[in-house]
Write a protein that binds this ligand. Structure first.
Ligand SMILES: NC(=O)c1ccc[n+]([C@@H]2O[C@H](COP(=O)([O-])OP(=O)(O)OC[C@H]3O[C@@H](n4cnc5c(N)ncnc54)[C@H](OP(=O)(O)O)[C@@H]3O)[C@@H](O)[C@H]2O)c1
Length: 279
C-alpha cells in the first residue's frame, strides 16, 4: 500500500509540483486547494495516484470535509505538506490591517488548523511527517514584505515547538524554506506592490524596490528544487529540521546569521536598489 500524503495549496506552483513529484515517487497524494478545477488537471499527470480535494485552509468545515474524504481510504495519513500560502506586500505603515489578518489566516492559522486536524491520526499511528513550507523571508525580511515576513517567522517558531512536542509520538516536523521560486506568486506580489507606487511617503522607494523585485521570480529556479527537499523531509530516516531550496541560499542565511544587522541592512539596501534613500 502506498503511503498517503496531503499537500495543501496544490492547485499552483510549489504545491502542484510537490503533488506530481510525490505521486511519481510512489506516494498516494491528496492534493488540496480552493480551485477544484485546477486540481482535477493533476489526475492526468500524477501516475493515477492523485486525488483532488477542495479545501480552504481558513475554513474549519472545509478542512473537516476534505479530511473525511481522506479517511474513506481507511489508512492514516503518513504526511502533511502545509504549503498553501498567500502574500501581502506594502509598507508596514500603510498596509491595511485586514490584509495583515488575511495573510495570517492563511499562512499561520490555516496551517495550524490543518495540522491540528491531522495530528490525532498520526499520533495514534505512532508515525508521520509534517513539512511546513516557510520561506527565506522567514529569516531575512525585505522592506515592504512585513506582513508576509511576520507570517513566515511565525511558521519557524511554531514548527520548532511542534517538532519538540511530537518527539514522543514518532511524528517528525521539518520546515522547507524556498528562496525565490518561479511560480505565479511573485507576479501577484509585484501587482500588490504596484498599488503603493503612487504613495506620497513611500512611492519612490516602492518603485525602486519593485524594479529589483519584479526580476527575481521570472529568473528563479523551478519549484522542483522545493519538491526534492519536501521528498527528503518525508522519506529520510532522520529528516532535517530545516531545508533551504535552492541550497545555495543557505549561504545568504549564513551571512545573515554571522553579520551584524547594520551590515546586512547596507547589503540589502544595495541589492534592493534602496541605498540612494539612506539619510
Ligand atoms: N514562489 C516563491 O518564490 C516562494 C518563496 C518562498 C516561499 N513560498 C511559499 O510557497 C508556498 C506556495 O507558494 P507558490 O509560490 O507555489 O504560490 P502560488 O503558485 O500562488 O500557489 C499558492 C497556493 O496556495 C493555495 N491557497 C492560497 N490560499 C489558500 C487557502 N485559503 N486555502 C487553500 N489553499 C490556498 C492556492 O490555491 P487556491 O487559490 O486554488 O486555493 C495555490 O495553490 C507558499 O506558502 C509561499 O509562501 C513561495
Amino acid at each position: 500500500m502506498h503511503q498517503s500524503v496531503l499537500v495543501t495549496g496544490a492547485s499552483s506552483g510549489i504545491g502542484e509540483e510537490c503533488a506530481v513529484f510525490l505521486a511519481h515517487k510512489g506516494f498516494r497524494v491528496f492534493a488540496a486547494a480552493r480551485r477544484l478545477d485546477k486540481l482535477k488537471e493533476l489526475t492526468a499527470v500524477g501516475a493515477g495516484r492523485i486525488t483532488p480535494l477542495q479545501m480552504d485552509v481558513t475554513e474549519k468545515t472545509s478542512i473537516d470535509a476534505a479530511l473525511a474524504r481522506v479517511a474513506e481510504d481507511g489508512a492514516p495519513l503518513y504526511g502533511l505538506v502545509n504549503n498553501a500560502g498567500a502574500s501581502a506586500m506594502g509598507p508596514v505603515e500603510k498596509l491595511p490591517l485586514s490584509e495583515w489578518r488575511a495573510t495570517f489566516e492563511t499562512n499561520v492559522f490555516g496551517l495550524v488548523a490543518v495540522t491540528q486536524a491531522v495530528l490525532p491520526q498520526m499520533r495514534e499511528a505512532g508515525r508521520g511527517r509534517i513539512v511546513n513550507i516557510g520561506s527565506l523571508t522567514g529569516r531575512i525580511a525585505s522592506p515592504f514584505q512585513g506582513a508576509y515576513a511576520a507570517t513566515k517567522h511565525a511558521v519557524e517558531g511554531l514548527s520548532d515547538s511542534l517538532r519538540r512536542e511530537l518527539v514522543p509520538y514518532g511524528v517528525k516536523v521539518s520546515v522547507v524554506r524556498p528562496g525565490a521560486i518561479n511560480t505565479p506568486f511573485g507576479a501577484h506580489e509585484a501587482e500588490m506592490l504596484a498599488t503603493y507606487e503612487a504613495d506620497e511617503s513611500y512611492g519612490d522607494q516602492v518603485k525602486a524596490f519593485k524594479a529589483w523585485f519584479s526580476k527575481q521570480h521570472p529568473n528563479a529556479p523551478s519549484p522542483v528544487v522545493v519538491a526534492e527537499a519536501v521528498h527528503h523531509a518525508l522519506t529520510a530516516e532522520a529528516p532535517h529540521s530545516r531545508y533551504t531550496a535552492p541550497f545555495k541560499m543557505t549561504y545568504a542565511l549564513a551571512l545573515r546569521n554571522a553579520l551584524p544587522s547594520a551590515v546586512t541592512d547596507r547589503i540589502l539596501e544595495r541589492v534592493n536598489g534602496l541605498d540612494k534613500f539612506r539619510k
